[in-house]
Write a new protein. Structure first.
Length: 306
């Protein structure tokens, strides 16, 4: 039966590397009393996938002919109501970018840290947030004693609603720096947006969703072969961080984002097929128990010294 202390059997190297040695669970300065372990727990919770009901979709037309034709679409992509974004868009000529709204992001932050806060990087002479020359706003988001920068913009919108959207956009942007909703931005989505649909224009007659999956797959490889190509490097990262709770929590989040949770890998002694999710959860439980035991010994030592 598999034990919680054995690294994945598919990785042959032994022992922790120089960057995975155990470190003391200390309280760094200026963290509002949060321990390093508590901060890692918070980061893991921030990266948990959002529920389908919390996810919204933003349409983006990728077909150049559809863009030139305005809202009429082109001959290959007639305009129709999309089942995802619920808007009239060129059928198979656009993609729907998944995102979470300001309310959902705020709810996640409150669940992780009820005392979370944000502040503008600069203020004007009245003490109000100072917007830059592009009508955007830089902020500092603080969660569980950790701070990350974020930038918000409202596009062409103006007025009070635009100001609120800038703030909400900045909070979501800074939250993504913590890993919040990061899994919603797939590499294929980013490639399509940044290239203006060039990767999809190679095969405009096929459905957009099929083109997206094909664009991210090496030519001549089946989906199963592609998954194995992803699984190998992933297991190597798992092995490198086998003695680190932070690295293992990050590996679990990565497995969720890359749909590797149900992949079977040889694990334990004797070697038995084990789901990646079960393997990582068992290791996380073991590392947490070891951390709590070390903390207990440290508290006993402090009381004895007092």
């Amino acid at each position: 039966m598999a034990t919680a202390t054995e690294a994945p059997a598919s990785v042959t190297a032994e022992g922790p590397t120089s960057h995975t040695q155990n470190q003391a669970d200390t309280r760094p300065a200026n963290t509002f009393g949060y321990t390093r372990a508590e901060q890692l727990e918070a980061l893991h919770k921030l990266r948990e996938p959002f529920l389908p009901t919390e996810i919204r979709y933003l349409p983006r037309v990728w077909c150049k002919d559809c863009k030139n034709a305005g809202w009429k679409g082109c001959q290959q992509h007639p305009v129709d109501k999309c089942g995802k974004c619920k808007q009239k868009m060129p059928r198979n000529g656009h993609i729907d970018l998944a995102y979470v709204g300001h309310a959902e992001a705020t709810n996640r932050l409150l669940n992780v840290d009820p005392f979370w806060d944000w502040e503008p990087l600069t203020v004007d002479e009245r003490g109000l947030p100072q917007f830059d020359g592009y009508r955007g706003l830089w902020i500092r988001l603080t969660v569980c004693g950790m701070s990350r920068l974020g930038y918000g913009h409202a596009g062409d919108k103006t007025g009070g609603d635009a100001l609120k959207e800038v703030i909400g956009d900045a909070i979501r942007n800074a939250g993504m720096r913590f890993g919040m909703a990061l899994d919603l931005w797939t590499s294929s989505d980013l490639e399509i947006v940044e290239s203006g649909g060039a990767s999809l224009d190679e095969n405009p007659s096929s459905p957009a969703q099929d083109s997206r999956s094909e664009a991210s797959r090496p030519r001549g490889m089946s989906p199963a072969e592609t998954q194995q190509q992803v699984l190998g490097p992933f297991l190597e990262r798992v092995r490198n961080g086998w003695d680190s709770l932070e690295a293992t929590l990050q590996a679990l989040a990565e497995a969720k984002a890359k749909a590797l949770l149900n992949e079977l890998v040889p694990f334990g002694e004797p070697k038995v097929p084990t789901r990646v999710e079960d393997m990582l959860n068992a290791r996380i439980a073991h590392l947490r128990a070891r951390r709590d035991e070390l903390n207990g010994h440290a508290d006993t030592h402090e009381r004895s010294a007092a």
